[in-house]
Design a protein around this ligand. Structure first.
Ligand SMILES: Nc1nc2c(ncn2[C@@H]2O[C@H](COP(=O)(O)OP(=O)(O)OP(=O)(O)O)[C@@H](O)[C@H]2O)c(=O)[nH]1
Length: 319
């Protein structure tokens, strides 16, 4: 299969009887562990995670390869009620994604009582009559056994689910079982991506996400939703040898207000340097090369509510 340099969605002939392939989308309120679960299932960091709600802003595909199946994971932002223009776009993105996938994974954490957010999503999902919904009780490592059992019962009362699976992305509990269950809901069909591909996100996008993740660490609560990152340039430095090459990356961090710019940069640039170091380590691991990372912080006033700015920051492809 390696010699077929096909880009998705071109299906590749396999000849394998009973092979299944298709798409799953994880939904759930913010912070329930959707991105972490995807990374754990794929086995590589393809979506950024943070302990701040609504970290995920774009649809990322992670790909799980099995001898008998290929499961493509579409990561969605938390299904939530729109607050800003950005929020509205996210919701329409989630809704359009739901009708295109083969199975939906509805994530509810084991360690928190079911709330209005979960009920709201359960109601939305009840309308997706053609797509099976697997309820996933996440973060089981954070709950006692009795609490997990209680949560499984509460979740079963919440809707008409195709299956209910408790998992922990942290400890790895039941990850294989979850993949089995999800693959069981896929239609028969050939692999959609070449063997070994873990994501179809371009490197620039992953790099931007890693910078954003590093920039989110340890900042005040309101800041995360106000940072967007764009990779302006990324290229191997001339004269460096293949295999030992140095990749130059120039990226811009956009914030909404000058006061936020000051927070991101820190005293005498100290915070920005830390962000750069943290991001560089992750990017070097991702690309397998040495990296020179140049970060600039820019103010794009109220970018979350401005359609032009949203387009410039790359959000137009997602709506
Ligand atoms: N203990 C434990 N923590 C977890 C687990 N899964 C996720 N978390 C943590 O929960 C927080 C939120 O995880 P994310 O994966 O970013 O959640 P999300 O649902 O994708 O969040 P949004 O992007 O806001 O929609 C992070 O701090 C994770 O480290 C788990 O299985 N166990």
């Amino acid at each position: 299969m390696d010699d077929l340099d096909s880009t998705p969605p071109l299906p590749m002939p396999t000849g394998k009887e009973g092979y299944r392939s298709g798409f799953v989308c994880f939904v759930g309120r913010p912070n329930v562990g959707k991105s972490t679960l995807m990374n754990a299932l794929v086995g590589q960091k393809v979506a950024i995670t943070s302990n701040r709600p609504q970290t995920t802003r774009r649809t990322v595909r992670g790909i799980v390869h099995r001898p008998d199946a290929q499961l493509i994971i579409v990561d969605t932002p938390g299904l939530h009620k729109p607050r800003t223009l950005l929020g509205e776009r996210l919701d329409s993105l989630v809704r359009s994604t739901l009708v295109e996938v083969d199975v939906i994974g509805f994530c509810i954490p084991a360690d928190e009582p079911i709330g209005r957010g979960d009920t709201y999503i359960a109601r939305e999902l009840a309308q997706q009559k053609e797509t099976p919904v697997v309820a996933i009780v996440t973060k089981t490592d954070k709950a006692e056994r009795a609490q997990i059992v209680e949560q499984l019962l509460a979740v079963s009362r919440l809707g008409d689910w195709a299956d209910i699976v408790p998992v922990s992305a942290e400890s790895g509990f039941q990850l294989g079982e979850l993949t089995d269950v999800l693959c069981g809901h896929l239609p028969e069909g050939p692999p959609l991506y070449p063997d070994g591909d873990l994501t179809d996100e371009p490197d620039e996008m992953l790099v931007a996400e890693l910078v954003r993740e590093a920039a989110l660490e340890g900042v005040r609560d309101e800041l995360p939703h106000s940072i967007a990152v764009v990779v302006d340039e990324m290229a191997p430095r001339a004269g460096t040898k293949p295999g030992r090459e140095l990749i130059d990356i120039h990226a811009s961090l956009y914030v909404e207000r000058p006061s936020q710019k000051a927070i991101v940069i820190g005293a005498k640039g100290s915070r920005l340097r830390e962000v750069g170091t943290r991001a560089r380590r992750q990017i070097e691991a991702l690309l397998g090369s040495r990296v020179y990372l140049d970060l600039r912080v820019k103010v794009a006033k109220d970018w979350q509510s401005d359609p032009k700015q949203l387009r410039r920051l790359g959000f137009d492809q997602q709506v």
